[in-house]
Write a protein that binds this ligand. Structure first.
Ligand code: NAP
Length: 311
């Protein structure tokens, strides 16, 4: 059976960066992705904080360039879904919906999936006004009033994007200030098309065929009000994607994989990179950095395993 030096699970910023570095280190690299390559970066309207990018690019263009670059160095990218990963002696068995694969190392770069608010109407109107992707669904709400839920970087970024399409944007945040980086928060606060309702949460999403209102509750006064809108964009964080890993992989209280500075998990040969791991700052640049470190250390691990380490 074919043995890959490294199987990278996930083709976002971390996975594609790991693929490029691993392939350049002459490893035999397979990248597995169940959705489109690019991960959360695909949702970025204007990637403007990646070092050296003088002109902002959209997430799709950037992800496509990363993929092409990794492939040019020899990485193979395959579309499949990973069901589980098991360590068997010195090898990893990666069970996918298309069969079993074998690798000497595995780099987990599966990122995180958006969270739901969990209120009545959210599931009912999903795809009919409730959305988790402004780039994908924003154009359907041109010149309409839309609501954005959340107060982090994603909510602020997406509110800015939506303000270019919608007639107006109302952000609903459960606290009295944003969690987002100051530069981004300031931009939102100075945007004339964005209004913020502080200290409030969405209790219900209402409508007939599609979204027509949200019911809001002020968390301090408990006052309840209704706000007419055509869409609700939810950006309240995300959960790391680790269901295919054995329970023995150590995680923190949020379910993010714990690694050391070499991106190694507690299982030798198993690495984690990007948003799926416990990290203080989740950015495209940090994910790409994680991927590079994971690939470099995986190559060293293989050398150790095979008695070829440079001493
Ligand atoms: P986040 O930083 O975890 O922020 C989530 C926001 O949603 C917080 O403001 C939180 O409120 C709120 N929230 C959480 N659960 C809620 C609930 N049940 N109901 C109402 N509100 C709720 O998540 P994120 O904004 O998706 O960002 C994730 C990571 O990606 C971060 O590390 C971020 O820096 C990074 N990112 C960076 C950029 C950029 O640099 N341009 C863009 C996007 C994302 P509290 O504040 O009260 O907790």
């Amino acid at each position: 059976m074919e043995v890959w030096d490294t199987i990278i699970i996930g083709a976002g910023a971390a996975g594609l960066s790991a693929a490029q570095y691993a392939a350049r280190a002459n490893l035999k690299v397979l990248v597995l992705e169940e959705m489109a390559h690019g991960g959360q970066a695909l949702l970025i309207d204007r990637l403007e904080n990646y070092p050296g990018l003088l002109e902002p690019v959209d997430g799709y263009t950037w992800a496509d360039a990363m993929r092409t670059q990794a492939e040019r160095f020899g990485a193979v990218i395959q579309s499949t879904s990973v069901e589980h990963v098991i360590k068997d002696g010195d090898r990893f068995l990666v069970k996918t919906t298309d069969g079993e694969l074998v690798a000497k190392t595995v780099i987990v770069a599966t990122g995180a999936k958006h969270r739901h608010i969990g209120v009545p109407g959210e599931e009912t109107f999903s795809g009919r006004g409730v959305s988790y992707c402004a780039t994908c669904d924003g154009p359907f709400f041109k010149n309409k009033h839309v609501v954005v839920v959340g107060g982090g970087d994603s909510a602020c970024d997406e509110a800015m994007f939506l303000s270019k399409l919608a007639s107006s944007v109302t952000m609903v945040h459960r606290r009295d200030r944003f969690r987002a980086q100051k530069a981004l928060a300031d931009r939102v606060l100075h945007n004339e098309k964005i209004t913020v309702i502080w200290n409030s949460v969405v209790k219900e999403i209402k409508g007939t065929k599609s979204v027509e209102h949200v019911v809001l509750e002020n968390v301090q006064t408990h006052e309840v009000s209704e706000l007419a809108c055509s869409a609700v964009f939810v950006f309240i964080g995300s959960d790391p994607q680790t269901a295919f890993l054995p329970d023995s992989v150590e995680k923190d209280e949020t379910g993010s994989i714990l690694t050391n500075l070499r991106m190694e998990t507690n299982i030798p040969g198993l690495y984690a990179a990007g948003d799926v791991r416990a990290t203080p700052f989740r950015q495209v640049v940090t994910a790409a950095g994680d991927g590079a470190i994971a690939a470099h250390c995986a190559a060293q691990y293989i050398d150790e395993l095979e008695g070829k380490a440079y001493r």
